[in-house]
Design a protein around this ligand. Structure first.
Ligand code: PLP
Length: 449
């Protein structure tokens, strides 16, 4: 691409394209970065500069870029049957096969899937299913959903309401009623006056207290990501999930696990729920299901909820034009086949996850880093002003954003959430590429300091 082609495209983009999560004015005359190609774990811009994509796009390109098998799967399906709906007693081969494959990968008690086009739609669907379930069970007053502060469950009105992102909820009008949020298990920022284990239990006590305040017979479900992603790669203390599970089961409250980031290998198991032994009633999935090559999501429904919806529910008045889209399903199927054939999940659990953990942790020796945490192939660095006290810089200094921009200059894509730097690389990253990632991150931190 010539420099003038690129400049022209950037001008078109700046003048016409309203980007997600973007301050349009702040783009200025320079506009957006133009990404034009990608291969493996690297992306390339219009000037031919390569960047190690330590975010796998947006936590999704799990198999990496440039997989011809996925292109071929899409191409075959586009020729055979590009689209047909799965409403009104019709289905299509890839969607049916994908449903069976997904249930085979999920824990044993999960045997049904509802397909969507995205993670947000999946969480909208889960919300409607949960409320409908309790109505069908003769407990229509069991309608409250408890989520967590700073969680991300998508950008639709229901996704935004289930999530706990204050800036999102401050815009665009009221949230869906009947949703409330409890504290997040963010030990580094909120719990360092006690051990992580004690803090995990304190967070579960907050769930118990909220259930008591609402009335246990009024609470339908708790929704959470196994590891909070967009909130800052928040890995809960080991005590957290067992204590949360105990509270939920004591009050007969459904568990909806948002697997949109953690699903499909990120934590070294097919699902984050398996890593933490969560046995959820519903799991929402998207992103890594197709390695991001085409948009597809879904809700995996456990037997308890599925039985009631199917046996007692009649028609569920819900669905999307692209539910079970044959081409997206064909790509997802091929993606899962490749992941299984290449042992990608085992590689994360046995090799690259532990390798990252060891070398990432060493970044705590850097003067700017208060904590370096990781699990599987998700990780975070806490940038601090005072290492001993673990305090962040004044917000106005935007240390995280500065570091992210310096990372780009060094050829590395990391994400900043406040002063937390995040990685979630393609699951096919090698040990040598992890070394490269850490060397680039170290150089960028040195420059930020
Ligand atoms: N849930 C989680 C945990 C996510 O991280 C995201 C997106 O980042 C979503 C849901 C929303 O998915 P989508 O952007 O596909 O609607």
């Amino acid at each position: 691409m010539t420099p003038s082609d690129a400049a022209g495209l950037k001008a078109l983009d700046r003048d016409h394209y309203l980007h997600p999560f973007t301050d349009f004015k702040a783009l200025g005359d320079e506009g957006s970065r133009l990404i034009t190609a990608a291969d493996g774990i690297y992306i390339e811009d219009d000037g031919g500069r390569r960047f190690l994509d330590a975010m796998a796009g947006l936590w999704c390109v799990n198999l990496g870029y440039g997989r011809q098998e996925l292109v071929d799967a899409a191409s075959r399906q586009l020729q055979q049957l590009p689209y047909y709906n799965s409403f009104f007693k019709t289905t299509n081969p890839p969607a049916a096969e994908l449903a069976e494959t997904l249930c085979g990968l999920a824990p044993d008690h999960i045997n049904r899937v509802f397909f969507t086009g995205s993670g947000s739609e999946a969480n909208d669907t889960a919300l409607r299913m949960v409320r409908r379930y309790w109505a069908l069970e003769g407990q229509p007053e069991k309608q409250w959903i408890i989520g967590r502060d700073n969680a991300y469950h998508g950008s639709t009105v229901a996704g935004m309401s289930l999530g706990g992102m204050a800036p999102m909820q401050a815009q665009g009008g009221p949230c869906v009623p009947g949703i409330t949020h409890i504290r997040q298990p963010y030990w580094f920022d909120e719990g360092r006056d006690m051990s992580p284990e004690a803090f995990g239990k304190v967070c579960a006590d907050a769930l118990e207290a909220r259930i008591q305040a609402l009335g246990p017979d009024k609470v339908a479900a708790f929704i959470a990501e196994p590891v909070q992603g967009a909130g800052g790669a928040i890995i809960p203390p080991e005590s957290y999930w067992p204590a949360i599970k105990e509270v939920l089961s004591r009050h007969d409250i459904l568990l909806v696990v948002d697997e949109v980031i953690c699903g499909f290998g990120r934590l070294g198991e097919w699902f984050g729920s398996v890593h933490y032994d969560l046995a959820p009633d519903l799991m929402s999935v998207a992103k890594g299901l197709s390695s991001g090559y085409l948009p597809i999501g879904g809700v995996l429904v456990g037997d308890r909820v599925a039985r009631t919806l199917i046996d007692d529910g009649g028609e569920f008045h819900h669905g999307f034009t692209y539910s079970g889209h044959p081409t997206c399903a064909a790509v997802a199927l091929e993606n899962l086949r490749l992941m299984a054939a290449e042992g990608v999940v085992e590689q994360v659990r046995r090799v690259t996850g532990p390798y990252l953990a060891k070398h990432w942790k060493a970044l705590e020796r850097h003067p700017l880093i208060g904590e370096a945490r990781s699990l599987g192939l998700i990780g975070a660095l806490e940038i601090v002003a005072d290492k001993a006290a673990g305090t962040h810089f004044d917000k106005t200094l935007k240390a995280g954003e500065t570091c992210r921009e310096i990372c780009f200059e060094f050829g590395l894509v990391m994400r900043s959430v406040g002063d937390t730097m995040i990685i979630s690389p393609p699951l096919v990253i090698t040990e040598a590429q992890i070394d490269e990632l850490i060397a680039l991150a170290t150089a960028a931190l040195d420059e930020t300091a």
